[in-house]
Design a protein around this ligand. Sequence first.
Ligand code: ISL
Length: 564
Amino acid sequence: MSSTEPGHEWWRSAVVYQVYPRSFQDSDGDGVGDIPGLISRIDYLHRLGVDVVWLSPVYRSPHDDNGYDISDYEDIDPTFGTLADVEELIVQLHARNMKLVMDLVVNHTSDEHAWFADSRSSRDSAYADWYMWHDPRPGTVGGEPGAEPNNWGSFFSGSAWEWEPVRQQYYLHLFSRKQPDLNWENPAVRQAVHAMMNRWLDRGVDGFRMDVINFISKDPALPDGPVLPTGFGDGMPSFVSGPRLQEYLAEMKAAVFDGRPADYLSVGEMPGASPELAARLTDARTGQLSMIFQFEHVGLDQIGGKWNVGQLDLRDLKASFGRWQSALADHGWNSLYWDNHDQPRIVSRWGNDREHWYASATALATVLHLHRGTPYIYQGEELGMTNVPFDDISALRDIESLNHYAVAVNLLGHDPDVVLDALRAMGRDNARTPMQWNAEPGAGFTVGTPWIGVNPNHESVNAAAQVDDAGSVFAHYQRLIALRHSDPIVVHGDFRMLLPDDPAIYAYTREHAGQSLLVVANLSDEATVCDLGGDELVLTNLPEGAASAVLAPWEARVYRSARA
Ligand code: ISL
């Protein structure tokens, strides 16, 4: 592993697989997944063909937000295992020429982190200035409603401010009150983060996925935001991609990545980031990150916020992806994803998980993976895992969903069935039920009682049923990954969107070194005539129809041609 010419780093031809450790594989029967469980499944991942495991947080945590609330960056939570287990994981992955990317959650810590315990204890303590502390609004009494320093709401319902009686000040928490935001204006905070990242790289990890990293620089004036239907203000204009973001990332790159002999993958999660910012940050010559996770496409079906979802118009999706492909075409780099632990399952969201489950799962995969960029697969996506028919609020575990339900139903008096419908469509627990390994009661995930119920469809949708079946969703993902590895056109080809106004067909070309790849897919339930084609059919999800001029519902084809 050594530094390569910009534009040819290993992560450009890689496929990343995200593991949500709590739900992947339990090894000790406590109903929660763990690192030894993950190690026991590496051969499955190797067989799929992925190059990188991105592991969601396994650090010490009180688990208010399933590990995205970290109380010790330097140690592993006993629920998941030990530092020695992570070392073994690295050895086992590296032995198969695979890599490990860790989650880096440094916009906030847990309120149980030692830094925060000290910080909240007094205005003069060693860590007093490590978090976002503010006095009540002038003329108000701290702790009383309306005394908060500004009107921002938290992403997890309620105010983004919490009163600390000992310090007699408020602290900012964009997420839960157990996730206080760090004060990145303080150079000591930044140095502590860099030192921690260096220690993880020294242990052998191959990069970081950086949680909400574009929230770390806030407008110091902390102005009120426009009032949302929740009654709280939207703070996003003041903290999304804030004034010092690029400076902080450049400083991080210099302190952590520069000067190391290897190339590392750094992917910044950036809700609300623009293509222009992404192009700057990922510029192969001058940028600070390998790539970012943008959110534009996963917001296209939200007509009135996250809990009011409508139909996706395919033309909007093509316009959005097309814009990101062009903006990052010259020197930038995209990440490509449908699913992660915060999103509903793609086959249920934009596919058809009833009549066209296999075809829609594989058509959507084909369309995504052959864009220019690095594809991410979220655990179970390669099996066509679906959303979950949660029958009652008691089946849900996610803090975001539970808080939303409590506010909407108990405080605002909304119809509980309507609220539950929205949670079934968009709730994060759709992605968090156990990995479906087999048809047994615990889905092969656990022999104990799983921390969240398994999806009843694990009896038919599971790995055991698919890994040896050439006609499975799993086998199709294998073929897409193999194509990326074998054909440089998938990595380096120029992208051109076709048929932008067609409401059903998603089509584009990739061109490189005198060759052209055509990707064409019918992303609808109706058969559609399509006269696009090429010299050689290299991949299809429905081999039986491949010669026809009609694309069956959810049929996807990939053709290669010599460029005219
Ligand atoms: O799912 C969301 C809420 O509607 C997103 O806004 C999500 O919170 C946002 O993408 C940030 O996500 C990341 O940071 C959160 C954590 O809860 C998510 O799991 C993580 O991916 C706070 O650390």
